[in-house]
Design a protein around this ligand. Structure first.
Ligand code: HEM
Length: 205
């Protein structure tokens, strides 16, 4: 891919990823966050965390099954870090707007409301992944250990989906699209392993 095309695509990706945060900031400044501003901020940041996480997970199967899309790898870290960015905004919005920085209320909430427990667990799973996303960390950990650690992203995505289902009212099916997307990506993992083995296996004499 030409360097100029790559720069254009990266710029568009940055713009798309920053879009929800810019919109929330604009709505906050113009007082148009809607009837429940806290919920608007929390739901927008939570949804985008999960969406970006799942999009980042889609990159590996896409580039493995379609070799021409190998360049997509240059976008995986970006999407993963933006997922962590929204996850952190989401967590901070909870700390500030729901819990009012009251540590004991937060701990109580984490202990008593299972969807909050799951949200906190999800964010904690994302933390070491974001912290080890630099080239320096990859070199320090070694490729094998880094890959092993970063498998946690699948656990985080599943926990995020569970958190989403536990958060919606019974009968609400809003989490279904992301759930199906993640299920497809998880189902593709063994297929991918089989596909790669098939490609590298020497032809029998
Ligand atoms: C300390 C960590 C977290 C806390 C305390 C937390 C808390 C919350 C709360 C209170 C809501 C509901 C807002 C409302 O109904 O008004 C919510 C929604 C949500 N959260 Fe979290 N969360 C956390 C981490 C995460 C993470 C890491 C993800 C994604 C991987 C996530 C994804 C979502 C989603 C998808 C929703 C629903 C959005 C929607 O309905 O459109 N949360 N969270």
């Amino acid at each position: 891919m030409k360097r100029s095309t790559l720069i254009l695509l990266k710029t568009l990706t940055w713009a798309a990823c920053l879009g929800p945060a810019i919109l929330l900031t604009y709505q906050a400044v113009t007082n148009t966050l809607g009837p429940d501003p806290t919920a608007n901020i929390e739901l927008t940041t939570g949804y985008n965390t999960l969406l970006l996480l799942i999009l980042s997970l889609a990159i590996t199967p896409l580039r493995k099954f379609v070799p021409r899309l190998g360049w997509l790898i240059k976008f995986r870290r970006l999407l993963g870090l933006f997922a962590f960015f929204y996850g952190t905004l989401h967590m901070l919005a909870y700390v500030a707007l729901y819990a009012g920085f009251n540590v004991s209320a937060m701990l109580d909430d984490i202990a008593k409301r299972k969807f909050i427990t799951m949200g906190a667990a999800t964010w904690l799973l994302l933390l070491p992944l974001a912290a080890t996303s630099t080239n320096w960390a990859i070199r320090k950990l070694g490729g094998k250990n880094w890959n092993r650690l970063h498998k946690l992203v699948y656990v985080a995505a599943v926990c995020g989906i569970v958190h989403y289902w536990w958060q919606v009212k019974p009968g609400v099916l809003a989490p279904m699209n992301l759930t199906i997307s993640l299920a497809v990506l998880l189902a593709l993992r063994p297929v991918l392993v089989w596909w790669q083995r098939r490609r590298v296996r020497p032809v029998a004499a």
